[in-house]
Ligand binder design. Structure first.
Ligand code: 4NP
Length: 151
């Protein structure tokens, strides 16, 4: 099983989702490959946002070593599940899908936690440290739901 987390910049939401799920998968001893990517190209090669790094360290899922990359159409071959943080990411990823099989891999992450509600992980980029911590806790719950599904 291979799971990709996707947001816009790949420096706030998707690296934190990636770090949380990687940690849970490792602790559970599962053979699941986890990665993340952004739909935009602004931050390719960058470390996660300093505020997300600090939040991950403080709350127990360090993401210091992750580096941003852009989503690419080859990710449809390389991953089984592609979880998007918001509707805009979902739309941009779906635009690159060539087949129904590729489209079926693409989901809104929070639908694993709150089925059929199409809720979004809010972008904390222009927010406060509290917004980053709120995103962490939301992603912690959402990745617990993903773990229930893949166990
Ligand atoms: P992310 O947050 O999509 O959760 O990584 C953002 C990071 C950077 C920008 C927007 C959102 N930006 O406009 O540079």
């Amino acid at each position: 099983m291979r799971i990709l987390m996707v947001c816009l910049g790949n420096i706030c939401r998707s690296p934190m989702a990636d770090g949380l799920l990687r940690k849970k998968v490792a602790e559970a001893g599962l053979e699941v490959f986890v990665d993340s990517a952004g739909t935009a190209n602004y931050h390719i090669g960058s470390a996660p946002d300093e505020r997300m790094i600090r939040t991950g360290r403080k709350l127990g899922a360090p993401i210091d070593n992750l580096r941003a990359r852009q989503f690419s159409s080859s990710d449809f071959q390389d991953f089984d599940l592609i979880y998007c943080m918001d509707e805009s990411n979902l739309e941009n990823v779906l635009k690159l899908a060539k087949t129904d099989r590729e489209k079926e891999k693409v989901k809104l992450l929070l639908n694993e936690l709150y089925p059929n509600q199409n809720l979004e992980v809010p972008d904390p980029y222009y927010g406060s440290m509290k917004d980053f911590e709120d995103v962490f806790h939301l992603l912690d719950k959402a990745t617990d739901a993903v773990m229930q599904k893949i166990k």
